[in-house]
Design a protein around this ligand. Structure first.
Ligand code: FMN
Ligand code: SF4
Length: 697
């Protein structure tokens, strides 16, 4: 039964001409699939509506070919050809009683137009502001361009209405939409009636919102997603100006959706941003307008959501990542099952799918973007096909995921863990600075497993191949994890460099087990993700003098994909950690390290008392190999399959391990022949004749 304190979350709220069935508002988020994966994104949004979100938005949809943010894959609303896909998504959302929203954008100074080859348009003639600093500039829009921009928006509004959307949202946050580019003095350096004063800079916003209301306002709510603060001081769009802007246009849109000024700030990782991190910026805004207000903050706690509403901060609980990690979050609160919420850990792996134009995945929800491709559902699993018993060896993220999902399928499962502690790497890493939320990977799965009478956990149970052969489980999953290498091998050194045994070398495993070096420590990072920077932080906290060395041109380079690379480098600089960038480790000597510049090949010596090597990892797969060598004995012992999964198969980020565990459980008794394509693909129809002929469009 629902906790009556949470009733307020389930009140219907009017937004212009439409009414949301509750206050759960899935704000726009991309997914690395976009126009390339129409079925996958449709099913993903459908599942969110099924999970109880009252409003479900698409990702950003570009309104015109001059707004092309290739290589990132979002949605397009360029002409009538886009309507069938947009309608398919809206229909899927409506199927569960939710309102369907579409975020419309002209990306202005963010559109390099690499695909359309159009000349970019912006308020002022500035370089295109993309993640990759494309060598392209935008031309300043003249009055005719502005008139055209309004016409393109009007046409896009009509297409969105035809496609069946209930809400359209104009994107003016994260630095990504032309309305924000006009609002901000940084990108709007015009001296006509569209530049200068805040009222002038807001002219385009007023015109486009008024056009939208005229075109589609009878049936669709017109909302705006507005930056809370660009954090560029008064030169940019600051929070004080936003307050003035809202006060000046209090009644203009049907709803105000507030999000931080940059994407990095808005979708901050849990290492740098706690839940409700935008509360101070949003405070007071709702009081300036009679229209409903949405805000975000990686909200997973229903009590905190209720507080935000009761304190007059928000009308709607906006969520992107919490809705990815648990599409059924609203349903669980509605049913009084808040303990079952699969809480987002704030790792931003979901964002890496977009940043790499691949397809998104989620550490907590392995079914994300696999709803159509693999037919996976975040809450339901198909029933077991047999009475076979399954042994899972290792209770890290892969083992816990496999045991949980096998248990859900109804299998009799034994989960054997060599140590007293469950969770493997997530438990160990969660004790490092800033990574406490990683423990949610363990806690959610343990919470579920503990309710399952068919899953038994055995701690302090280090198993040998002989033990496993003795037990005779029908299926065995080996999820024994990985260990960090201490021989310097990773990407820069594919073979071990010379190492003098007099120099103490520690790995992340040593530090997580409590070992502490003394004096000046070189943290050598050839992993390029979060671990080395976290350990550097830990050692500074312990009083060590730390130098950070990496062959990369920046600290934690891959973390650009999780949007926190800038925060990480700033943290190390704030801690006065000297950075030796573009330096490979060519030798560890008795007194220090020999470094080689990755560009010039010049070498230098750096004295130190210890080295922490954050390099590659090695799978802990001895048990798997031993069992494989005894394959001849399996049949007589009743063993039908042995599989190695997760880091024990090939080390990767935590999301890969949870995925491997989930996949093992899904595929255990899959009748498809081995070698068949593991997921459904979206194929672009290729016309054989006629249509394919050369000519004008
Ligand atoms: C994978 C991902 C993709 C996103 N894409 C968009 C987008 O297309 N449009 C947008 O307005 N915001 C986008 N965002 C930002 C979110 O809407 C949201 O403002 C932000 O993540 C903070 O909310 P949260 O803490 O609930 O995740 C994206 C966020 C994520 C995690
Ligand atoms: S990938 Fe990480 S940040 Fe993104 S939704 Fe999943 S748990 Fe949250």
């Amino acid at each position: 039964m629902r906790d009556p304190r949470h009733d307020i979350l389930f009140e219907p709220v009017k937004i212009g001409p439409v009414t949301a069935p509750n206050r759960f508002y899935q704000v726009p988020h991309c997914n690395g699939g976009g126009y390339r994966e129409p079925s996958a994104i449709t099913e993903m949004r459908r599942v969110k509506a099924e999970g109880g979100w009252g409003v479900v938005f698409t990702e950003q949809a570009d309104v015109h070919p001059t707004s092309d943010i290739t290589p990132y894959i979002e949605l397009r609303n360029w002409n009538d050809d886009d309507v069938p896909l947009l309608a398919r998504i809206a229909d899927a959302i409506h199927g569960h009683g939710a309102l369907a929203g579409i975020e419309l954008v002209h990306a202005g100074v963010n559109s390099p137009n690499l695909y359309t080859k159009e000349v970019p348009l912006a308020p002022s003639p500035l370089p295109i502001l993309t993640f990759t600093s494309d060598p392209v500039q935008a031309r300043a829009m003249d009055k005719e361009d502005i008139r055209n921009l309004r016409i393109w928006h009007r046409q896009a509004f009509q297409r969105a209405k035809t496609a069946g959307y209930d809400l359209i949202c104009l994107y003016a946050a994260h630095g990504f939409g032309i309305i924000q580019h006009f609002l901000s003095q940084r990108t709007n350096q015009r001296n006509d009636e569209y530049g200068g004063s805040l009222a002038n800079r807001a002219r385009l916003m007023r015109e486009i919102i008024s056009d939208a209301k005229e075109e589609i306002g009878d049936r669709c709510a017109v909302t705006i997603r507005l930056a809370l603060d660009e954090l560029a001081g008064p030169q940019g769009l600051d929070n004080a100006q936003i307050k003035d802007l809202v006060a000046m246009h209090a009644d203009l849109p049907d709803l105000w959706d507030f999000a931080h000024g940059s994407w990095e700030q808005c979708s901050g990782t849990s290492r740098f941003k706690p839940e409700a991190a935008q509360e101070d910026l949003i405070r007071g805004l709702k009081q300036l307008t009679p229209k409903p207000v949405v805000g975000v903050g990686r909200f997973t706690s229903p009590d905190l959501m209720v507080r935000q509403i009761r304190q007059g901060l928000l009308d709607f609980v906006g969520a992107a990542r919490p809705s990815i990690a648990d599409p059924f979050l609203p349903r669980k609160i509605a049913e009084g099952r808040s303990d079952d919420i699969r809480e987002c850990i704030g790792c931003n792996i979901c964002i890496t799918g977009d940043m790499t134009s691949s397809i998104s995945r989620c550490t907590q929800n392995s079914t994300f973007m696999e709803e159509w491709r693999k037919g996976w559902h975040p809450e339901r699993m198909r029933a077991r096909e047999s009475d076979d018993k399954v042994l899972v060896v290792g209770a890290g993220p892969a083992g816990l995921s496999a045991a949980h999902r096998l248990g859900q399928r109804g299998y009799q499962v034994a989960l054997a863990e060599a140590t007293a502690e469950l969770g493997g790497r997530v438990t160990k890493e969660s004790k490092l600075p800033g990574l406490a939320a990683w423990a949610r990977v363990r806690d959610y799965r343990m919470g579920q497993i503990q309710k399952m009478p068919n899953v038994e956990i055995y701690r302090d149970s280090r198993l040998s191949a002989a033990d496993i052969l003795e037990f005779g489980f029908a299926h065995v999953a080996i999820a024994t994890g990985a260990r960090w290498r201490c021989d310097g091998v990773a990407r820069y050194n594919l073979l071990p460099p010379p190492i003098d045994p007099a120099m103490p070398i520690l790995t992340p495993d040593d530090l997580m087990a409590g070992a502490r070096p003394t004096g000046h420590v070189v943290v050598y990072d050839d992993d390029h993700y979060y671990m080395a920077s976290v350990l550097a932080e830990l050692l500074v906290q312990q009083g060590n003098h730390v130098t950070f060395v990496t062959p990369s041109v920046k600290v934690s380079e891959w973390s650009s994909n999780t949007l926190d690379q800038g925060f990480i480098q700033a943290r190390l600089l704030d801690l006065d950690v000297p950075l030796r960038l573009s330096r490979g480790l060519s030798a560890i000597t008795a007194n220090g390290v020999r470094l080689t510049c990755t560009f010039t090949g010049k070498t230098e010596e750096l004295a130190c008392d210890a080295v922490v090597a954050v390099t590659a990892r090695l799978p802990i797969d001895d048990l798997h190999f031993e069992l494989k060598t005894r394959v001849a004995e399996w049949a007589e012992r009743g063993i039908r399959s042995v599989r190695v999964i997760g880091d024990a198969e090939a080390p990767a980020a935590i999301a890969w391990a949870t995925y491997a565990g989930h996949r093992y459980a899904e595929e255990l008794d899959d009748p498809r022949p081995s070698g068949s394509l593991p997921f459904r693909r979206e194929l672009v129809p290729t016309p054989r004749e006629g249509h394919a002929a050369a000519g004008r469009p």
